[in-house]
Design a protein around this ligand. Structure first.
Ligand code: CBF
Length: 820
């Protein structure tokens, strides 16, 4: 193996310290002596940005003048996490920073902690977008991330005394935010409402109101690529600041109304869509950012041109639609080409379909967006016309391809108005018809997409369908989050090149036979557990014993993910110890850690949160199980917590009902950090198990086919309750008030759902899940063997790098690569 030396930034620690001092004095106006950790954080961010500035400008220049096609990643969410450590790493300034903070008399941790984590995403999809723009930059591929700079990110989760979730607004911009550059000079006008006039072939849309989309630019530095891409998040501003006339008549609220309406668009990360108002706002957000981004791309790639040749757009940039949220971009590009630049329909369609591709991230029908045509018509009347015409032509095309009239009806983009139901626009169908490629996010998911969700489409347009299994960035989730493991890997491989070539982890496989190396690996895990315990004490006041098995289940709270299964298993184990059926000393000491937010309007999920908190309260206070079983639920799960918890985890839970989790990315992060997985054959678990080896993965539960067969047969959840005394006891303890101070009514909606409906078949998988616990405990009692398997998880998980995922997108979908 050839030795690789990472290029280091040429600046010395002393010089970097001076740069920070200069920022403190001349930008922030504080002396180094007065500076708080928060001041040093802002000054360091400014200093790092300066270091990246030349590479940023060169990248933009090369992108526009060069011949390499760029990628526009359209995503309603970018869950970036804290920026400082990542930017320092990619700028090659990590060591200089560590020295500089010491010289300035600060603690590095305080400086890092001073950064407020932006929550501009809900979970996996938004974090994936952040990983992908990191990998694009690290590979030197010209790219823009396009999204929204919400003023309020995902809510801050708290728990009240009864263990219920309380949502607090998360005003992440309350303090100085040094990373985003607001570029007023490159704003875009985005129209809404109004009327369309003109003849058939020349239509003019006169919007009723317009919003100013102002770009806020974030640098996205690549790791050792020398390239810095752009994440452009749009902020909505009003053109009519406020109406002075109305104001003078003392109508203050009426006077600021247009401003409030405009600025509301980028105010909150997508709200509930269960109300008409919510739906309208969400569609406004979607159109707002996709329209601004398309106009921006034309501005960037055809600078100063009044009559650009937009037929060349697909050679300059392709747009990846991250789920259905940005699909309204398809009719927007059609509108721009036809109405603003005078192209005929066919030319516009050829260009548009060549530009767009769509990634589907779900199998849950309710997550595939469907908009009432009337809503689109009132907000975007010209777009509705275009969508109807796309649909008309699409149906005509289908008629040439198949005689199956029912199938054609099923595939309509705009549903027919039948039985008093108003027509709806199916955004996933629009994306499939209006783009070149459709991909799922794990092998199983892509298969199910073809065979079930978009079956009719894959029958007719099979060539469009492909798979790109998700990936995660090894920079943030291994190198930065787990420095001990990183050092061990570098030592084992004799190089740190794995950080950008994660497939190299494979070369660790032989080391799993080396007991001395496995012991070093075990020491790393143990040290991470000690660190996590300290972190949990500091941040949450928890007393976690690092000498117990750390067993984590962190992800959004959703019935299909089955946190219920986990909590029922915990209750069952608790009951075993309490009843004396199992001697406490025969149980492997375990700390179960949950982390999850529930959608504010999702009643069952919120009740599950309450149950988990109360199970934790009862178990942690019970001396009978002390030191054997404990449960912690740190509130407000976010990236920072993930970065501490994942490296410390022994056992990770990926226990969704088979066929429901599109991929998962947490599963990849845990495996890469040396946790073993207990999981079902769902999402990317399937590939993880194949790659790490079935013997290094705890598999349980029904397969997709078994799930289907059981639905078909008629699922009776109560029969499982009757058949397994462990399950009966656990459910009964939830009903009988054990976890609600004797109140038998609190969890009734949950227990009644489990026994009567249980759509995601928790009851049916319970026994298998309990049975596998025996295997888990037996292995855990043999630390060398456990750690050998954990190490093999690390060694065989290189495939799950987002760099590999981006390679797949480049080769199979985007057909582009690094800049020359
Ligand atoms: O593909 C990224 C992730 O997206 C989701 O979070 C989503 O929002 N649809 C899925 O639920 C995950 O399975 C998937 O990993």
């Amino acid at each position: 193996m050839t030795e690789y030396t990472a290029p280091k930034a040429s600046i010395t620690s002393a010089a970097f310290t001076d740069e920070i001092r200069e920022q403190l004095r001349y930008t922030q106006g504080v002396t180094p002596e007065q500076a708080t950790a928060a001041d040093v954080y802002v000054a360091t961010a400014a200093a790092v940005r300066r270091h990246l500035m030349d590479a940023w400008m060169t990248t933009q220049h090369d992108m526009v003048t060069g011949s390499t096609k760029a990628v526009g990643y359209f995503s309603a969410e970018f869950l970036m996490g804290k920026q400082l450590r990542n930017a320092l790493l990619n700028a090659g300034l990590s060591d200089q920073f560590d020295d500089a903070v010491k010289a300035l008399g600060c603690d590095a941790r305080d400086v890092i902690d001073a950064e407020y984590e932006p929550g501009l995403g809900n979970g996996g999809l938004g974090r994936l977008a952040a990983c992908y723009i990191d990998s694009l930059a690290s590979k030197g591929v010209p790219a823009f991330g396009y999204g929204i700079q919400y003023r309020y990110g995902i809510f801050r989760q708290e728990f009240d005394e009864q263990g219920r979730q309380v949502e607090r607004p998360d005003y992440w911009l309350a303090n100085e935010e040094p990373w985003g550059h607001i570029d007023y000079n490159r704003s875009q006008r985005v129209g809404f409402g109004g009327v369309v006039t003109g003849k058939d072939d020349v239509r003019t849309w006169e919007p009723a109101w317009c919003v100013r989309a102002v770009p806020v630019d974030y640098m996205v530095p690549g790791y050792e690529s020398g390239r810095v891409n752009t994440l452009r998040l749009w902020s909505a501003r009003s053109y009519d600041e406020f109406d002075l006339l109305t104001f003078n008549r003392s109508g203050y609220l009426a006077a600021v109304k247009p401003q409030v309406k405009a600025e509301n668009i980028s105010k909150i990360l997508y709200p509930e869509d269960s109300t008409p108002q919510g739906k309208e706002l969400r569609l406004e957000q979607q159109y707002f950012f996709t329209a601004a981004s398309i106009h921006d791309a034309i501005r960037v790639f055809y600078p100063g041109q009044e009559h650009p040749d937009l037929t060349t757009l697909p050679d300059k940039i392709c747009f990846q639609l991250n789920d259905t949220h940005p699909v309204i971009g398809i009719p927007e590009l059609m509108r721009v080409m036809i109405d603003e630049y005078g192209y005929d329909w066919d030319t516009a369609w050829r260009t548009t379909t060549a530009c767009f591709n769509y990634t589907c991230h779900t199998l849950l029908p309710e997550a595939l967006e469907v908009w009432p045509a009337s809503l689109i018509g009132s907000l975007l009347p010209r777009h509705l016309e275009i969508i109807k015409e796309i649909d008309r032509r699409f149906v005509a095309q289908l008629k040439t391809l198949t005689d199956d009239a029912e199938k054609i009806d099923r595939m309509r983009i705009v549903t027919l108005a039948a039985d008093g139901k108003e027509p709806k626009v199916r955004m996933a169908y629009l994306a499939t018809a209006g783009g070149s490629h459709v991909n799922g996010v794990a092998a199983l998911h892509s298969e199910l997409l073809k065979d079930v969700t978009l079956r009719d489409f894959s029958d007719v347009f099979g060539d469009k369908f492909t798979n790109v299994t998700n990936g995660v960035t090894p920079r943030r989730f291994v190198k930065l989050a787990n420095p001990r493991l990183s050092d061990l890997i570098t030592d084992g491989l004799g190089t740190d090149r794995w950080v950008s070539h994660l497939d190299m982890l494979k070369e660790l496989v032989p080391l799993a036979k080396d007991d001395a190396f496995v012991r070093r690996f075990a020491e790393v895990k143990q040290a991470n557990k000690v660190d996590f315990a300290a972190y949990a004490r500091r941040e949450y006041g928890f007393e976690i014993d690092p000498n117990t098995m750390i067993n984590s289940m962190v992800k959004r709270l959703h019935e299909y993910k089955r946190q219920s299964l986990k909590i029922l298993a915990v209750i069952s184990q608790y009951a075993d110890i309490k009843s004396g059926r199992v001697a406490a000393e025969d149980i492997v000491p375990r700390t179960v850690v949950f982390g999850a937010k529930a959608a504010p309007g999702y009643r069952m999920a919120k009740l599950t949160i309450r149950l988990i908190n109360n199970v934790a309260r009862v178990i942690n206070a019970d001396p009978d199980v002390k030191g054997r079983l404990s449960v912690y639920y740190p509130w407000n799960y976010n990236i920072r917590l993930a970065e501490h918890l994942i490296p410390a985890t022994d056992l990770d839970e990926q226990i969704s009902q088979a066929g429901k989790e599109a991929s998962g990315t947490g599963n990849m992060k845990f495996a890469l950090n040396g946790a073993l997985t207990v999981g079902t054959l769902d999402g990317a678990n399937v590939e993880i198990r194949e790659l790490v080896g079935p013997e290094n993965f705890f598999l349980f539960g029904m397969t997709v086919d078994e799930v289907e067969a059981l639905y078909d047969k008629g699922y009776q959840p109560s029969s499982y309750y009757d058949a397994d005394p462990r399950l009966k006891q656990a459910v009964d303890m939830v009903s009988d008030g054990t976890f609600s101070d004797g109140d038998r009514g609190v969890y009734k909606p949950l227990t009644s759902d489990w026994l009567n409906k249980d759509y995601f078949m928790t009851m049916a998988d319970f026994s298998a899940y309990m049975d596998i616990q025996g295997e888990i405990e037996t292995l855990y009692r043999d630390p060398l063997e456990w750690n050998r398997k954990a190490l093999l998880n690390v060694a065989n998980s290189g495939y799950f790098s987002s760099d590999r995922a981006i390679d797949d997108y480049l080769a199979n979908i985007w057909k582009t690569g690094p800049m020359d």
